[in-house]
Write a new protein. Structure first.
Length: 157
């Protein structure tokens, strides 16, 4: 049950990122440079956390900026890698403690459950920033709330 819940949260995260990327793709220059920077940061964080959970060296910078055309295939690849992670995941792994060093070089330990929860919340936070920038620049923000995802998933919308 817990695996299904967290896999669903990650599927929501993917759905919300995809919705926002589709809109940004239709706006000249992806909205603003800051929109692209925030979306790159969401992607980079997803990759960094997956690398930490998988125990492989970090390969991405957290505050690089890619343009929208570069982001689309990288988000697709990130989603593919996270989906593969969920396919091989067991309930016992939620409590597994991951030791890692953050981007400032400080060592931490957190459970996989905490990391996945953080990842979804982190993405939500930055998607809200992108939506705020869209509104400030005359574009309609995109509904990326979890309940909207549930409504789409269950055929209510």
């Amino acid at each position: 049950m817990m695996i299904a819940h967290f896999a669903d949260l990650y599927a929501y995260n993917q759905w919300a990122n995809d919705r926002l990327l589709q809109v940004l793709q239709g706006i000249p220059n992806g909205g603003t440079a800051r929109c692209c920077q925030l979306m790159t940061h969401i992607l980079s964080a997803q990759q960094a956390w997956l690398e930490r959970v998988r125990g492989i060296p970090r390969t991405v910078g957290l505050w690089d900026t890619l343009d929208i055309a570069e982001l689309l295939p990288l988000f697709a690849e990130s989603h593919r890698l996270w989906a593969a992670f969920w396919q091989n995941f067991t309930a016992d792994e939620f409590g597994r403690v991951i030791s890692y060093t953050n981007s400032q070089g400080k060592a931490y330990q957190n459970t996989v459950k905490d990391i996945v929860t953080h990842l979804v919340n982190h993405s939500t936070y930055h998607r809200a920033q992108v939506n705020q920038l869209l509104r400030q620049n005359g574009f309609e923000p995109i509904l990326t709330d979890y309940i909207a995802y549930v409504r789409v998933r269950t055929g209510q919308d």
